[in-house]
Write a protein of this length. Structure first.
Length: 88
């Protein structure tokens, strides 16, 4: 796993791909629905509270490991996106 943090749009897209509500994701990943809702509606910021950063790592790890979600992050060559990982 690289050091990129989830963005609000990536998190919403991952939930949509799985067909899960904020509450469903929160329950499965051990994160409050309120934390997910707050993050998904947050304005982009370069400064992220350390507690929020820990929640974002928890969500990313859960989605990648348990749900086989693959994230691409915005760079000079690609845009951000979400897809199902290829079967192992």
């Amino acid at each position: 796993m690289d050091d990129h943090l989830l963005t609000p749009s990536l998190l919403r897209a991952a939930r949509a791909l799985l067909g899960w509500s904020q509450a469903e994701l929160g329950q499965k990943a051990g994160v409050s629905r309120k934390a997910i809702a707050t993050f998904e509606t947050a304005e982009p910021s370069n400064r992220i509270d350390p507690r929020r950063k820990a929640v974002l790592w928890t969500l990313r790890q859960y989605l990648e490991v348990e749900c086989d979600i693959e994230f691409t992050f915005a760079s000079d060559k690609t845009g951000e996106g979400v897809r199902r990982a290829k079967p192992r």
